[in-house]
Design a protein. Structure first.
Length: 291
């Protein structure tokens, strides 16, 4: 039986209760989900309770190789909280299940998630889908906003489309983290994740539709004076995050939100993260093996 999707925003985003995550998707369901992602770019999978980690991982693996978490260990020199580094911990709990202290470097690292970004543009091998599962939601929800980068591209003037055609931006995780308030990392830490370069305009290979590739990780335009490139990136980001292009998701425990990083940007909304726990676990699908 075909899945039923309910569109949540005029241009993108939908939710469904039709997908059973207790088993990996069949080939037919896989293709249906990919088609839904190409249409909606953000899909909310409604579940009455959090999905077990092993089911979450199996679902993600059906769409490609998974990213492994390394950076939080790098900046904090501490162990991971979750059972495997294929689950990216984007909550505010430490390895003992306690809320991060105000001076915990992982808390400063996560502040970068409050900036508009797409996951893993800072690596040569980018993310396709991110699949985020809500286990504990704080009072008020700690919402996540998504921006439709396809509609944002479509709305650009022909002059600006021509201006950005062929340009590439340089992306660095350390650039966005410092912008977000984290202390400048050492050269040794920076060397663990060197910058990557990606076109400003990308094309979905299945639909042919163009979208903008922006992120807080993008520091400058390759080959341009830094100030000019920064001005262009800021102009495009302001345009792409207008309310007309943004869907705001209000989390419920059990929700899984799956989004296409090559068609959207997203950002977290601040909450009192030294008072309330938030347990969010992400599986990140890569466009190909990073090895």
């Amino acid at each position: 039986m075909a899945c039923e999707f309910n569109q949540l925003h005029p241009s993108f985003a939908a939710d469904t209760e039709s997908i059973d995550l207790s088993v990996p998707p069949t080939p037919a369901l896989h293709d249906e989900i990919v088609a839904a992602m190409d249409r909606y770019a953000v899909c909310v999978l409604r579940n009455p309770e959090p999905v077990a980690d092993e089911r979450h991982l199996a679902y993600g693996r059906a769409f490609g190789p998974l990213m492994r978490q390394k950076m939080q260990q790098t900046v904090s020199s501490r162990k991971i909280r979750l059972s495997t580094d294929e689950l990216i911990d984007v909550g505010n709990l430490d390895e003992n299940g306690r809320i991060h202290a105000a001076d915990d470097p992982r808390r400063a690292f996560h502040k970068g998630n409050l900036l508009w970004h797409s996951d893993v543009t800072f690596d040569p091998v980018r993310a396709t889908y991110s699949i985020l599962s809500a286990h504990i939601v704080p009072p008020g929800g700690a919402d996540t906003e998504f921006a439709d980068m396809r509609a944002a591209y479509d709305a650009l003037s022909d002059t600006l489309k021509a201006r950005i055609s062929g340009l590439e931006a340089v992306h660095s995780i350390w650039y966005s983290r410092v912008v977000g308030g984290m202390a400048e990392p050492s050269d040794e830490i920076k060397a663990t994740r060197p910058p990557a370069q990606h076109p400003l305009v990308q094309i979905n290979p299945r639909t042919g539709r163009k979208s903008l590739c922006l992120a807080s990780h993008a520091s400058h335009i390759a080959g341009w004076p830094a100030e000019d490139g920064r001005a262009l990136l800021d102009e495009l980001t302001v345009h792409a995050t207008q309310p007309a292009f943004v869907y705001r998701h209000k989390w419920r425990v059990g929700d899984i939100v799956m989004w296409d990083n090559q068609q959207t940007m997203h950002r977290g909304i601040p909450f009192d993260d030294t008072r309330y726990p938030r347990d969010m676990r992400r599986v990140t699908v890569l466009e190909r093996s990073a090895s």
